[in-house]
Design a protein around this ligand. Structure first.
Ligand SMILES: NC(=O)c1ccc[n+]([C@@H]2O[C@H](COP(=O)([O-])OP(=O)(O)OC[C@H]3O[C@@H](n4cnc5c(N)ncnc54)[C@H](O)[C@@H]3O)[C@@H](O)[C@H]2O)c1
Length: 292
């Protein structure tokens, strides 16, 4: 693998590109918004400086990484020469489909076209793309610079060669990969997360235990690093609510229907840590308590 291209420099894209550059790949990133692209450049510099300051990386690695990371001013220059293109743009099918159609024409057949989408499966994007056999989901987790897993999600058109290359790419960037052999909403991790949070909310709504105690039960009794309520606050109550609503509308699956408490918190604007309130309240000097 020589070069990876990332399209979309928001919270996920900027971390994916930076991680790949840290692991020795040439990485190019592009965003329709010049402001976002500048913010991604600043984020990368600040992150690398802080790693040097904490003695986690050498100044040489920081400088080499900066040298490998390019902030492209056009989609064409971003994807030029890339073996893997990772789409990390807004979670909306129409712009993603338009982008994949363009990428299908711009990139040679050997280039893997991957979506980082949490919900929109590769086969839907493959359908609008020239050579659909090279479209997969490469699903990274937030924060990408910390979380080790990538879900490689396949659909029937994907060839064994593309699967092999996708797994080799994950290995090259030092990430653990799992293969999801059939597309399913939420893939593996988010399905398990949804089952856990659904049951936690059922227990809370039924008055069986408090959010604090359910979180403690999961951290101390199951050994999870965070309890489900604290985790939803970190991930964003809005993100959890909208993902559940989307799955419910798509599938009609009653188990996916957002719990009443989730719906209420969403409409009250209690979207989690980022707004200072969710299942818990976060005073400005909030420190994470063990078990939350
Ligand atoms: N945020 C998460 O925790 C998370 C986790 C896993 C996967 N994902 C997935 O990653 C993708 C990106 O999520 P995010 O949180 O980084 O979003 P974000 O809103 O932070 O960033 C999206 C970026 O895409 C840019 N963009 C929009 N249309 C574009 C186009 N046509 N070409 C180039 N850039 C374009 C926007 O300007 C924006 O900067 C989504 O599909 C999401 O489902 C997100």
């Amino acid at each position: 693998m020589n070069k990876v291209a990332v399209v979309g420099a928001g919270s996920m894209g900027r971390q994916i590109a930076l991680h790949c550059a840290l692991k020795g790949l040439d990485a190019s990133i592009y965003d329709v918004s010049g402001t976002v692209l500048s913010a991604a450049r600043e984020f990368s510099g600040d992150y690398l400086d802080s790693r040097v300051a904490k003695n986690r990386i050498t100044p040489e690695l920081r400088d080499d990484t900066i040298g490998r990371l390019k902030f492209a001013d056009s989609l064409e220059s971003c994807v030029d020469g890339a073996s893997v293109v990772i789409e990390a743009i807004i979670e909306d099918f129409a712009p993603k489909a338009t982008l994949f159609e363009v990428l299908g024409h711009l990139c040679p057949r050997s280039t893997i076209l991957a979506s980082n989408s949490s919900n929109i499966v590769g086969s839907r994007l493959a359908a609008v793309t020239e050579f659909p056999e090279r479209v997969v989901n490469l699903h990274f987790f937030n924060p990408v610079l910390v979380m080790d897993l990538v879900e490689v999600v396949l659909h029937p058109a994907v060839t064994p060669e593309v699967e092999r290359k996708a797994l080799a790419f994950c290995k090259e960037i030092d990430r653990t990969s799992i293969v999801v052999r059939k597309e399913v909403p939420g893939f593996v991790v988010n399905r398990i997360f949804r089952a856990l949070t659904r049951e936690a909310m059922n227990l809370l709504e039924g008055g069986f235990a408090s959010a604090e105690d359910i979180d403690l039960a999961v951290t101390r009794g199951l050994g999870h690093p965070m309890g489900p309520f604290y985790l939803m606050d970190v991930a964003g109550v809005d993100v959890t609510y909208l993902a559940r609503l989307d799955e419910y509308r798509e599938t009609g699956n009653e188990a996916a229907k957002p719990n009443e408490i989730l719906e209420r918190l969403y409409h009250e604007g209690r979207w989690g840590k980022k707004v200072g309130k969710g299942f818990y309240d976060y005073p400005e000097n909030f420190e994470k308590r063990e078990g939350r």
